[in-house]
Design a protein around this ligand. Structure first.
Ligand code: PLP
Length: 385
């Protein structure tokens, strides 16, 4: 039999998927689903209408996206982040996931090192490994509010380090890094010639804490990654964008051709409508998540557990007993009628935590947490069967 590439064979499957596959399709109510990061809100109607209208005339678009969309994105960067960028530094892709991948594939040779947060969204490590790069994890500790220590991160930089990945607000922790931490991390990377890939897809879901757009601190060393998915409830539309340094944007544009050619025209039309239409849903969504965050933190604290309060995004890390294998715990919890993502899916530093997604409606969130906390109390955080 022919064989697949070693990197394709060896890249681990997603640890979140394992739980999703167990619970998907079960009768409603049997298992409360708190394992996925899919917003329950529907895509606003004006966006859907624009996408549908564009379908009849859909054609190939320029590799980096239509100029009008890139100009609207550049204007949005200026409006929201205060950083003015020209449209020719904006590259549109199939969601932030594809934008991250094209960026890494422009920068990482086999054997190169990429600094990746631990815990982190698992796709970064998978992408680095598929390129033959080496993942060098840097720890985010619950005791420090899951905020990295710039000195500790800088000490991991070697002559082979090409990219430092930042993600604030963070999946899976919800941590929002203080501006001075982001500034220090960017400075330490830039002085060693390392590119910062700053994944800011949750930038409109900050409840408290500074906006800390990495681009503010160094435009030659930062690739800012953004998405329509979370801000506009457009996960299924698959539209994201990068703002890249002037020296890198043309390379990303060139690479989009063999990778995706371009994003689909109807999706681009929906994205443009999202930018040009009313923006009030963003604040409504943020307030809904804030309320869920407060509810969840309150319930977990009432149960006597200490949690790092997430300042953004829609996730909460719940601690198990020290050293407990969260994969085992997540499998047990399915039997208790609630599904959560195990900390092991995001690295090793939070292997004794589970991630609760706050994307579910309040009644589901309450019931799911009730089941989780009852199990937690009965088993001493998973320490006893
Ligand atoms: C940190 C982070 N980055 C990127 C993505 C993916 O975004 P997109 O839907 O734009 O590919 C996610 C999705 O969960 C995420 O959590």
């Amino acid at each position: 039999m022919p064989e697949v590439r070693a990197a394709a064979r060896d890249v681990p499957a997603s640890g979140i998927r394992e739980i999703v596959n167990l619970v998907i399709g079960r009768p409603a109510g049997e298992v409360v689903r708190l394992e996925i990061g899919e917003p329950g809100f529907s895509t606003p109607e004006h966006i859907v209408a624009a996408g549908a209208a564009a379908a009849a005339t859909a054609r190939y678009a320029p590799s980096a996206g239509h100029l009008r969309l890139r100009e609207a994105l550049a204007a949005r960067m200026d409006r929201v982040t205060g950083v003015a960028v020209p449209a020719d530094r904006v590259v549109v892709g199939q969601g932030a996931v594809q934008v991250c991948e094209v960026t890494l594939s422009a920068l990482v040779d086999p054997g190169d090192e990429v600094l990746v947060p631990d815990p982190a969204w698992p796709n970064y490590a998978m992408q680095v490994e598929l390129l033959g790069g080496t993942v060098v994890p840097y720890p985010l500790r619950a005791a420090e509010g899951f905020v990295p220590d710039p000195d500790e991160v800088a000490a991991l930089i070697t002559p082979r380090t090409r990219v430092l990945i930042l993600n604030s607000p963070s999946n899976p922790t919800g941590a929002v890094f203080p501006a001075e931490v982001v500034a220090a991390l960017v400075a330490r990377a830039a002085e060693r010639g390392v590119v910062v890939l700053s994944d800011e897809v949750y930038d409109e879901l900050i409840f408290e804490g500074d906006r800390a757009d990495a681009l503010r601190y160094d435009e030659d060393h930062v690739v800012a990654v953004h998405s329509f998915s979370k801000t506009y409830a457009m996960t299924g539309w698959r539209v994201g964008w990068a703002v890249a340094p002037a020296w890198l944007a043309p390379v990303l544009t060139k690479l989009q051709e063999p990778k995706i050619s371009c994003i689909a025209d109807p999706m681009a039309a929906g994205a443009l409508a999202a930018l040009e239409g009313p923006q009030d849903r963003i604040a409504e969504t943020r307030e809904a998540y804030r309320a869920r965050r407060d509810l969840a933190v309150g319930l977990v604290r009432d149960a006597g557990l200490e949690v790092a309060v997430p300042g953004g995004a829609f996730y909460l890390m719940v601690p198990l007993a020290e050293g407990v294998d969260s994969r085992r715990a997540a499998l047990d919890l399915v039997g208790e009628g609630v599904s959560v993502a195990p900390g092991t899916a995001f690295g090793t530093a939070a292997a004794d935590h589970v991630r609760v997604s706050l994307a579910s409606e309040e009644p589901d969130l309450k019931e799911g947490l009730r089941r989780l906390l009852a199990w937690h109390a009965r088993t001493d955080g998973g320490a006893r069967p």
